[in-house]
Design a protein around this ligand. Structure first.
Ligand SMILES: Cc1ncc(C[n+]2csc(CCOP(=O)(O)OP(=O)(O)O)c2C)c(N)n1
Length: 810
């Protein structure tokens, strides 16, 4: 080997040499016999796994080939990890899987299992050589029964999927050319992103939801397809059987990532608390994270030490052993509904990716040693030793598969790519406002019709519309209760939301009324709070997680940006994670806080494609806006952030102490339709003639601006105050119309001058050709200091009136 990395040529040559050197079998073994005396796999099934492994290997070689002439865009492969074929074989094809980018052989087996459409009895059914004969009690066939000697054919579909991903074909079945992922809804393979370990918090959420829905699913039928749980609007389509387990794979370096430690910790935490999370974590350990080695023994030590997670290990070069251990691990997770980790030892062949020069960090001896440990060659050796096949027969299968893969590669490289920006974003975040409005109307009809009695009871005989004027916090509390009543699959969770009712009392009483299964406290980890939401949404629930303070969203922001917001994009809507994340935030908490309780930056949210950001300022907006978010999540799978201004939670007055002008009555269901607030529609307050000045603002700025407008009115100035209500998508039409009406715009932006909301408003005006005057008042580019010094960096009422006068003087 002369090159500085194991090349496709090296790998191919060595494989041929290894097989050529194998002695002829002493005697042939019947394909239906166990491959060795006590093996849980027959010769036929091991041959199937070999074919899957070879397909995966040939896909890697084809990926390099496509890259070599500029037609392939992805060269991270699975070579050295092909032992994961046996992992897939020991699971059920209906077990949802979130796969590592090296789980190519797993994907091939899964696709073949589903295509074979064979009965899928439990993988953990007792096995004996006799039970191995095809029949109703046997384990799932790796490639389906008739695929036992099928060579490449059972894996052709999977190979085409993967090749389409490599060439960014718009016909790729899940992402449609948007990314190279393993995923397909009919295979229960959920696409994962390239952000290592970021799918693990979601996997835990899926585990929690699968188990929760299994318990709800008292009808107790079906083992195959998904099922509806519940009825009416809140019915959930659960895509997986009730006894499914969730499987997620990842690399050894990923074990150290905060997302992985969060997920393993959360699964263990719930297990310790007695809650069931049926997740099988699979760590595919090749000893390297690009160039950095996992210290000898570290991965095992760390995985073994995870409280509440049972440890299993297998050698990926031994498909029979891997199959047996996975079977045992999966049976344990399935039976006890508890988390486990399978530590699968693998190697990495051909470097991290196409351009990786391994010689910079690995010795030639080490590279050569890995070639000796090629797992596909190991399976071949086993097959020949057992007398299942000869080396020549296996090489012929290898060559035939190689040929077929290249043929498919040539076919798909001519397929169309995504052709326009519109094509690319078509899958991002579908919005169907009419259906959302209809869903709100339906909810109203249920609340005043068939659901009226339950509603009366839930509110203790006094529905909120009869409770008099409410604060913002009370209004959100009532709207959450109405949401929980109308959406049986809705769950409210987060730090301190249940027993305490939230640090500001917004969720007070909800757990008592709706039970601990629907309103629950989580552990203190924002990544896991959002991960639970992501998994629950995918499993058919309507999650409403709470982030206690905006500042702490940043801990976990990738779960929103990288995971939630990309799911429809990378799956063309085949998977979605409906979610309404409540976040308490923004500044102006009198006498409390410092930066972390007054964080006023939303820049990190505003640029997430497809995300909905709602900021209710007043109680009479909060309830309809929350209803809209819930309906949009349920109808379109929207990911919504509901940003609640803490300083307004308990505000009662607007102009003068005791005026009660910041309170509002809660609308009775009969008026929900008339009061519906569509996403992206602002609210306009007209003061005086409303002809002189337009103030565009949101959140705390609304109250300050209304007060400023009252002062200006005394000077004869007519103002219209526009409450954006939605920061994404911005109400552009309302902005333009109301600005053009006066020709003088003051943007009052309580977030920061740089990256703040005001930049977006001004840009919208410029884009629309607005020709009037415009100014901004915004927060200083600073963190918010403790105590009275906060006033120096926040937008003040004086700054608003000063800004207005400057504009009016022009
Ligand atoms: C959060 C994150 N940081 C960095 C990267 C860049 N990166 C891609 S793969 C990789 C190494 C992952 O190693 P491991 O988890 O052991 O998986 P392997 O590739 O060895 O199978 C890194 C650092 C990434 N994708 N995601």
């Amino acid at each position: 080997m002369l090159s500085d990395v194991t090349t496709p040529q090296d790998l191919d040559d060595r494989f041929r040499e290894t097989l050529a050197a194998l002695p002829a079998p002493a005697q042939r073994r019947d394909l239906a016999d166990p491959v060795t005396d006590d093996a849980p796999l027959t010769g036929a099934r091991l041959l199937d796994l070999f074919d899957a492994q070879v397909t995966s290997r040939q896909l890697d070689l084809a990926g390099r080939w496509l890259r070599s002439f500029g037609e392939g865009f992805y060269t991270i492969g699975s070579s050295g990890h092909e032992g994961n074929a046996a992992v897939a074989a020991a699971l059920r094809p209906t077990d949802p899987a979130l796969l590592h980018y090296r789980s190519g052989a797993f994907y091939c087996v899964r696709a073949a299992q589903v295509a074979a459409d064979s009965p899928t009895p439990p993988a953990d059914a007792p096995t004996s050589p006799a039970a191995d004969a095809p029949g109703p009690d046997s384990e799932p066939e790796p490639g389906g029964p008739e695929a036992a000697v099928g060579g490449f054919v059972p894996y052709a579909e999977a190979a085409r999927d993967v090749l389409r991903g490599m060439v960014a074909s718009s016909e790729e079945p899940i992402a449609g050319g948007r990314h190279k992922v393993f995923g397909r809804a009919d295979l229960a393979v959920v696409p994962t992103t390239s952000t290592i370990a970021s799918h693990l918090p979601r996997a835990v959420g899926m585990g929690l939801a699968v188990e929760r829905l299994r318990r709800l699913d008292t009808a107790g039928r079906r083992t195959g397809a998904g099922v509806r749980v519940g009825s009416g609007a809140g019915a959930a389509h659960v895509p997986w059987p009730p006894d499914a387990i969730v499987v997620c794979s990842f690399g050894d370096a990923s074990v150290n990532h905060a997302s992985a430690t969060a997920a393993l910790n959360t699964a263990g935490w719930y297990d310790h608390a007695g809650l069931r999370i049926p997740v099988l974590f699979v760590c595919e350990d090749n000893g390297l994270g690009i160039s950095v080695r996992s210290p000898e023994g570290w991965v095992e030590a760390t995985l073994r030490a995870k409280p509440g997670i049972r440890y299993f290990s297998a050698d990926g070069a031994d498909p029979v052993g891997t199959y047996a251990v996975t079977q045992e691990a999966a049976a344990w997770v399935r039976r006890y509904r508890r988390p486990a980790v399978l530590h699968l030892r693998t190697i990495r062949l051909m470097g991290h990716a196409g351009a990786d020069a391994e010689s910079a960090y690995r010795s030639p001896a080490e590279l050569a040693e890995d070639l000796d440990r090629d797992p596909v060659a190991a399976t071949a050796r086993l097959l020949v030793d057992a007398g299942v096949a000869t080396a020549e027969e296996l090489l012929a299968r290898y060559d035939e598969t190689g040929w077929q893969v290249r043929r498919l590669a040539e076919e798909v490289l001519g397929e169309p790519k995504l052709a326009s920006a519109a094509d690319v974003v078509s899958a991002l975040a579908p919005r169907r406002p009419v259906r959302v409005a209809r869903a709100v109307a339906d909810a109203a009809a249920r609340a005043s019709g068939p659901g009226a009695a339950a509603r009366e009871e839930a509110f203790g005989g006094k529905p909120p519309e009869l409770s008099g004027p409410m604060t913002l916090a009370q209004s959100i509390n009532a709207a959450l209760a109405d949401g929980l009543l109308d959406h049986p699959q809705m769950a409210v969770f987060g730090e301190d939301v249940a027993a305490k009712g939230g640090v500001y009392g917004v969720t007070k009483g909800l757990r008592d009324r709706f039970g601990a299964a629907r309103v629950f406290d989580t552990l203190l980890d924002e990544t896991s709070v959002l991960g639970l939401g992501l998994g629950a949404g995918l499993a058919g629930m309507l999650p409403v997680p709470e982030i206690q303070y905006l500042a702490y969203l940043h801990n976990a922001e990738d779960q929103l940006r990288g995971e939630a917001a990309t799911m429809q994009f990378f799956s063309r809507g085949a998977f979605r994670n409906p979610m309404v994340v409540r976040v308490a935030g923004l500044a102006y908490q009198q006498g409390f806080g410092g930066h972390f309780h007054n964080d006023n930056s939303v820049a990190v949210l505003r640029d997430v494609p497809g995300l909905v950001i709602a900021v209710p300022a007043r109680p009479d907006d909060a309830a309809p806006m929350l209803r809209t978010c819930l309906a949009s999540a349920a109808v379109d799978g929207s990911v919504c952030v509901f940003l609640e201004p803490i300083a307004l939670y308990h505000t009662r007055d607007l102009y003068a102490d005791g005026d009660g002008e910041w309170l509002a009555g809660y609308p009775e269901p009969g008026s929900w339709v008339a009061g519906h607030v569509p996403i992206g529609r602002a609210r306009v307050y007209r003061i005086g003639s409303a002809d002189d000045l337009t103030i565009i603002t949101f959140g705390n700025g609304v109250r300050m601006s209304l007060r400023a407008a009252a002062v200006l009115a005394e000077e004869g100035v007519g103002t219209r105050v526009v409450d954006l209500r939605w920061l994404a998508p911005l109400p552009v039409a309302d902005i333009i119309r109301e600005s053009s009406a006066t020709g003088r715009v003051l943007v009052v932006d309580e977030t920061r001058r740089s990256g703040g909301v005001g930049e977006g408003v001004i840009a919208a005006l410029v884009d629309a050709g607005y020709v009037g005057a415009a100014r901004r008042v915004a927060g200083v580019d600073s963190f918010v200091p403790l105590g009275p010094a906060a006033r120096h960096v926040l937008v003040s009422p004086e700054a608003i009136t000063d800004g207005a006068r400057t504009l009016l003087a022009r």
